[in-house]
Write a protein that binds this ligand. Structure first.
Ligand code: MLC
Ligand code: AMP
Length: 509
């Protein structure tokens, strides 16, 4: 058997070295040292084994952010199983699909959802359901507390799965991106060096941990560095401003930065100890970048990535950070920009961004045909993002070839919302678009036509959709019109609608 490629084996070594140094500090609450984290992960690993979780089993987790949630994430890797985090905003109808597709051995849910999850477990033959609440308490925490600390770390190969993260598809159902230990380790090791993590760094963590940004990018880099992590349950501008003076770096989506800029208490002073602000998951407006520099003296470092590949490009730590660009491919990561026939375009020209490297996912869970459609025979993944690359290799994302809205860093596929809208009584057709929004970057807007003589009631539609879809997917506005604009082929012209409704939120503060 070769060396253990389990990412947790690597992290565990760092945790042992860090010993009693703080791993997490929680404003106003008890924190946790690295030695404490090691113990906790050991107990959770034994609890998972007690529940019958074996290597390669999936563990579906839909719980609020807590230290026990972190311990669970690490313990799932420790036992060699596959972590499947789900956005806490997903409704039971949405979770139904993920559970049916992933066929987990265990579902971990909030106690308030226990009954609904028990039903889903029955329906899909999932053997175990356990709970963790927002404080990290629940049946799984109780079981873990009764367990021994000592637990073996499973041996894993580089291509074994560590995570299964779902991304919605432009057509049809969500796809589970299979992320391997190599994918996660290579990305975390690269980013730790690229962003110059060093002893003494303190990370302010306000992101959710059910997506790659808050989970893998933020936690794994900080863990590799044995950093202290200031742990906030969620982004709250007051709390972030209160904690920033003790932090040296923060990662966020653009909404974090626009909200900070809009807060009267935000100033250069509170950033006195800060070394680095990083932004990603959605485009950071060049204007926001400049305003932030004017207020704080810091140039936000923008990087680009996605669920399937983790981080792909980054502005440099030492070199020039150019507003409106996402920087250079990471070491060992290849990026090419190609035309419709897959041929590389000239520098500066716009095309589809394709990428390959140790960070590229293994494929879509049980969807070999989708995998073959999106990963070319030479290994490059077709991202769906439109970009250009200059002579030096600096990348600018100019748009999306995929019909996707990114609202406050969460992805919304219009097709999914349209399918729900089209089932509502009275709705004839719908087109869901993203329009500029001062807080979320883009906001979801539905344009609908009705059956004859029907008036669509906006609040009712919103309420009906909220029963089926996560809140962030529910349109902020529903607009009824006579006919959807179509081209000569009969295809709805969304660009036309985006132009027409582009300033819907421009006066909203
Ligand atoms: C919350 N709401 C949203 C929303 N977040 N609506 C649209 N878009 C969002 N992102 C809803 C709420 O349910 C609420 O509905 C209303 O909008 C107002 O909520 P709020 O209180 O203003 O929102 P808040 O809870 O503060 O959350 C906003 C946020 C959060 C920006 C802090 O969305 C967030 O943490 N986003 C980060 C997303 C992220 O981590 N993405 C990484 C993906 S990984 P109501 O009706 O109840 O009032 C990835 C790869 C990569 O993309 O490159 O990183
Ligand atoms: P997700 O599927 O949630 O991982 O979202 C990935 C998508 O987010 C990418 O395909 C891009 O469209 C977008 N994205 C991530 N980072 C950036 C960025 N810095 N600028 C523009 N778009 C980004």
């Amino acid at each position: 058997m070769g060396a253990n490629s389990n990412l947790y084996a690597l992290l565990e070594q760092r945790f042992i070295e860090a010993g009693d140094q703080p791993a997490f500090s929680l404003p106003g609450r008890a924190g946790l040292s690295y030695a404490g984290l090691l113990e906790r992960v050991g107990r959770f690993a034994n609890a998972l084994r007690e529940l019958g979780v074996r290597p390669d089993d999936r563990v579906t987790v839909q719980v609020e952010k807590s230290l026990n949630n972190v311990a669970l994430y690490l313990a799932v890797m420790k036992v060699g199983a596959v972590y499947q985090p789900l956005n806490t905003a997903y409704t039971t109808a949405e979770v139904d699909y993920f559970v049916g597709d992933a066929e987990p051995r265990l579902i971990v849910t909030d106690p308030v959802r226990r009954a609904a999850m028990d039903d889903l477990a029955d329906k899909h033959g999932v053997p175990a359901v356990e709970t963790l609440d927002a404080q990290g308490e629940g049946s799984l925490a109780e079981l873990a507390a009764s367990m021994a600390v000592a637990a073996e770390t499973a041996h894993r190969g580089p291509d074994d799965l560590a995570g299964l993260l779902y991304t919605s598809g432009t057509t049809g159902r969500s796809k589970g991106a299979m992320l391997t230990h190599r994918n996660l380790s290579s990305n975390a090791l690269t980013l730790k060096d690229l962003w110059a993590f060093a002893p003494g760094d303190v990370l302010l963590h306000a992101l959710p941990i059910f997506h790659v940004h808050g989970l893998y990018v933020a936690l794994n880099t900080a863990f590799l560095n044995r950093s202290e992590i200031i742990w906030l349950d969620k982004f709250d501008a007051d709390q972030v401003i209160a904690q920033l003076p003790r932090a040296t770096l923060m990662m966020g989506v653009p909404t974090f930065y626009t909200r900070l800029l809009g807060h009267a208490g935000f100033s250069q002073d509170v950033c006195g100890n800060m070394r680095l602000f990083i932004s990603g998951s959605a485009p950071l407006l060049a204007d926001t970048h400049r305003q932030f520099e004017a207020v704080t003296g810091h140039k936000i470092l923008e990087r680009y990535g996605m669920t399937e590949c983790g981080m792909i490009t980054s502005n440099p730590y030492d070199g020039e950070r150019v507003p409106g660009t996402v920087g250079f491919p990471l070491p060992e990561v290849s990026v090419r920009i190609v035309d419709g026939e897959g041929r590389p375009v000239a520098p500066g020209e716009v095309g589809m961004l394709e990428t390959n490297g140790p960070n590229r996912f293994k494929g879509y869970w049980r969807m070999p045909e989708k995998t073959a459609e999106e990963i070319r025979p030479d290994g490059f993944f077709i991202t769906g993002d439109l970009a250009s690359m200059d002579e030096e290799g600096r990348v600018t994302i100019v748009g999306r070839g995929k019909d996707l809205i990114i609202s406050g860093g969460f992805n919304v596929y219009p097709k999914e919302v349209e399918s729900e809208l089209d089932q509502l009584p009275g709705v004839r057709e719908s087109a869901v678009i993203g329009v500029p929004h001062p807080d979320f970057g883009e906001a979801v807007v539905a344009v609908v036509t009705s059956l004859p003589n029907v008036v669509i009631a906006e609040p009712e539609v919103i309420e009906r959709l909220a029963q089926r879809l996560a809140k962030f997917k529910v349109p902020k506005r529903v607009i009824q019109i006579g006919e959807l604009p179509r081209n000569t082929m009969g295809k709805v012209q969304k660009a036309e609608l985006r132009k027409q409704y582009g300033d819907l939120f421009s006066t909203v503060a």
